[in-house]
Design a protein around this ligand. Structure first.
Ligand code: PHE
Length: 371
């Protein structure tokens, strides 16, 4: 019995021969392959390749239609016909992939031909983090591992948080116009505004934290601060880190242990820490603290100016007046705080001698500190 099955033709291809002839000898399969190859050779881009793939191998494609019409063949013919159709299908797939690779390589060649001298292409420079950012991140990492949360505060700060609530009274010299940048309220705003300043230290973050959170508190705050100062070792804008710990029974010994642990973790070796009595209105008792010089181990070198010690910053036990300003009961809680310069730490680590180099914005400087 002669049965005919006609496959649908995509893209207006000429109507192919009946399937019976296809399976009775391979001429029509060969014909299909020849047509496919002709069209493939004329395909110049990915869109054309895709169309061809759909026309032959897609759901309604010519090869697919052949497979579907296998059912209409005599059972004894189906196996051989199926194998041959599969072989054609594989051939189409492989040839489309090969043509795609060829088109891609030609496109690349054309692109390269447009560039006159390939070796003249400058490699793109990779950026690096500024040494202060690197130091800041390293500090955050170490204090994070010691169990401290990171807090933040604004650069434009209420004078009350920057001074008054830190027990720095109206007559304190730090409030002088010569030391502090005051921010003028908008002229004619007609509103009473709290006096605003550019924060002169990170200590107002102590106030913000204690107003917002109840003990136990363990935080560090890192950021930019501003003072009217400008020479080789002072910049009107610089960076500090503040530490604050408040809980029941917290003592100066905890402060010392924390600083000792921090210095050891940061420099990767055991270094002594020492206190020198000092005064800051928001701590009592107050102390400046030094660390054993990490470069000579304390025997004396140019970095520590032969003293064996490097000054780091200020610290002490939180003053009861500060607790009261923040609504924390000074009878129940005690706490300690410290603060020191991040820029100085970065200079130490990288042996940078002039602070101004850090802020000149010269890319040749920053490039020397790959991270
Ligand atoms: N805020 C002080 C300064 O800028 C440093 C300090 C912080 C001192 C915390 C004591 C406690 O110099």
């Amino acid at each position: 019995m002669v049965r005919t099955a006609v496959f649908s033709s995509a893209c207006g291809a000429p109507a192919p021969a009946p399937i019976v002839r296809v399976v009775s000898d391979s001429i029509d399969l060969d014909g299909l392959l020849t047509r496919f190859r002709g069209e493939l050779a004329g395909t110049e881009d990915e869109a054309g390749l895709y169309q061809l793939q759909v026309a032959y191998l897609g759901k309604k494609g010519q090869v697919t239609a052949l497979s579907k019409s296998l059912g209409s063949l005599a059972p004894e013919d189906r196996k051989a016909a199926g194998e041959r159709i599969n072989a054609v299908k594989r051939a189409c797939e492989e040839e489309i992939a090969a043509r795609a690779a060829e088109l891609r390589s030609r496109a690349r060649q054309r692109e390269l031909a447009r560039i006159e001298d390939v070796s003249a292409v400058r490699p793109r420079a990779l950026g690096t983090f500024h040494p202060i950012t690197q130091t800041r991140r390293a500090l955050e990492q170490v204090f994070g591992e010691l169990g401290f949360d990171i807090e933040d505060g604004p650069h434009v700060e209420f004078a009350r948080f920057n001074f008054d609530d830190l027990n720095i009274g109206p007559d304190h010299p730090a409030r002088d116009m010569a030391d502090t940048f005051f921010v003028q309220p908008a002229a004619g705003s007609g509103r009473m505004v709290d006096e605003l300043v550019l924060r002169t230290h990170t200590s107002p973050v102590q106030i913000r934290t204690m107003r917002a959170r109840k003990p136990p508190i363990r935080i560090v705050a890192l950021g930019t601060v501003f003072r009217r100062d400008d020479d080789a070792t002072h910049s009107p804008m610089f960076h500090q880190i503040e530490g604050l710990c408040v809980d029941e029974g917290v003592s100066m010994a905890d402060l010392r242990a924390t600083l000792y642990r921090f210095v050891g973790a940061f420099f990767g070796r055991e270094l002594e820490v020492r206190f020198r009595p000092s005064f800051f209105p928001f701590v009592e008792p107050g102390a400046e603290f030094d660390m054993q010089c990490p470069f000579c181990g304390g025997s004396g070198c140019s970095t520590c100016k032969s003293s064996g010690w490097i000054e780091l910053g200020g610290s002490g036990m939180v003053h009861p007046a500060v607790f009261e300003a923040c609504g924390i009961d000074p009878e129940r809680y005690t706490g300690w705080a410290f603060g020191f310069g991040i820029d100085r730490m970065a200079m130490l680590m990288h042996q940078i001698h002039d602070l101004r180099l850090m802020f000149d914005g010269d890319i040749r400087f920053a490039e020397q500190f790959p991270c």
